[in-house]
Write a protein that binds this ligand. Structure first.
Ligand SMILES: NC(=O)c1ccc[n+]([C@@H]2O[C@H](COP(=O)([O-])OP(=O)(O)OC[C@H]3O[C@@H](n4cnc5c(N)ncnc54)[C@H](OP(=O)(O)O)[C@@H]3O)[C@@H](O)[C@H]2O)c1
Length: 316
């Protein structure tokens, strides 16, 4: 009898990659979403069910979890309508509370929760990181069979990190101003995060554990943007913005449609997103290098095949 899993936030970046992997491993997959009509591509898998569900409604949440063997929580937001923490609180903390209650009600024990590296309920001024930290605390204290995964920034086909910089670099013909240029990240390949989650589902010794997930190498934001420009064959000077101007940019841009950069993004960038432990090793996973993967989706299209073949030969 195939096992059934419910993936909250399954329509997103990590979700798309995870669903692909789990569908091929024989799982029956339920994905509640606010807008099923936007995610019909998931229906190519006969084992996937998309449902229009308001997961913030306890009854609808309990209904979608009925008879599931496990739940993965991938719901997360980077921006909120007002810079007051309430949006983050609702989506991260409020949902975690409701999810715990719904799992208890439906007798579901196994919960995999994706948080964020440096998420901390007590430290730092970023509402995003504090609310992610609070959610983590609630979930860890829940009594469910929980594993928590805390990735640094993710990259991979369809990411909104390097792809966003690629878009911005094309907008600025000669030089690109960059806020928080010295902030550090250890970008982690989305497929490695998916491997960590799949490992978690298949290994009971991951219950009660928290894993920091980092790529093999840290970079400053400036290095990452310069690397993106290099991949795109764009000659661009990257101009680090002084701190005061970076804050001003956050204040102005959070009021604009799309919220490309906000004050809370600025605040979370004050903490380097790098790991202090190699938790991939605990999962038996060797994370991929940015330089072997990013060219396969960021390089000019006529060169991508060459990078794919080369990576294939290298066994990644
Ligand atoms: N991407 C990164 O670089 C990164 C780094 C560190 C941690 N993380 C964490 O990893 C998890 C997955 O990230 P991701 O990049 O896959 O996220 P994503 O692409 O933004 O997808 C998140 C999903 O959550 C759902 N969602 C968003 N806002 C919601 C709301 N207000 N109510 C209900 N559902 C909502 C959306 O589903 P529908 O629109 O279909 O309802 C969406 O598909 C998140 O928890 C994120 O915080 C991501």
């Amino acid at each position: 009898m195939p096992k059934t899993i419910c993936i909250l936030g399954g329509t997103g970046f990590v979700g798309g990659h995870l669903v692909n992997r789990l569908a091929n491993e024989g799982w029956q997959i339920r994905i509640p979403t606010r807008r099923p009509e936007r995610h019909r591509q998931f229906l190519i898998f006969p084992s996937v069910t998309l449902s229009q569900t308001n997961i913030h409604d306890p009854e609808q949440l309990a209904a979608v979890l009925q008879r599931c063997d496990a739940v993965v929580n991938l719901v997360g937001i980077l921006n909120e309508p007002k810079d007051d923490g309430k949006g983050f609180e609702r989506v991260h903390v409020g949902l975690a509370e409701k999810l715990i209650t719904a799992c208890e009600k439906q007798g579901i024990k196994r919960l995999l929760h994706v948080s964020a590296l440096q998420a901390d309920a007590e430290k730092g001024s970023s509402y995003y990181l504090r609310s992610k930290g609070k959610a983590e605390q609630l979930i860890q204290a829940s009594g469910l069979e929980v594993s928590v995964f805390k990735p640094s920034v993710l990259f991979g086909a369809g990411d909104s990190f390097l792809n966003q910089f690629a878009g911005l670099l094309k907008l600025f013909p000669f030089a690109m101003p960059l806020a928080c240029a010295e902030s550090k990240f250890a970008p982690v390949w989305v497929q490695d995060v998916v491997s960590a989650l799949v490992y978690g589902l298949n290994h009971l010794d991951t219950i009660g554990q928290t894993y920091q997930l980092c790529g093999p190498k840290p970079y400053t934001l400036q290095e990452l943007v310069a690397y993106t420009a290099q991949l795109l064959h764009l000659q661009r000077q990257i101009i680090p913005l002084p701190d005061g101007i970076a804050q001003l940019q956050g204040r102005v841009m959070q009021a604009l449609p799309g919220q490309l950069f906000t004050m809370d993004n600025y605040r979370s960038l004050q903490t380097d997103s790098v790991c202090d432990a190699d938790d991939f090793a605990r999962l038996g996973i060797q994370p991929g290098y940015l330089e072997t993967i990013a060219p396969t989706y960021l390089a000019p299209s006529h060169q991508r095949e060459k990078y794919h073949q080369f990576r294939h030969l290298a066994g990644r």
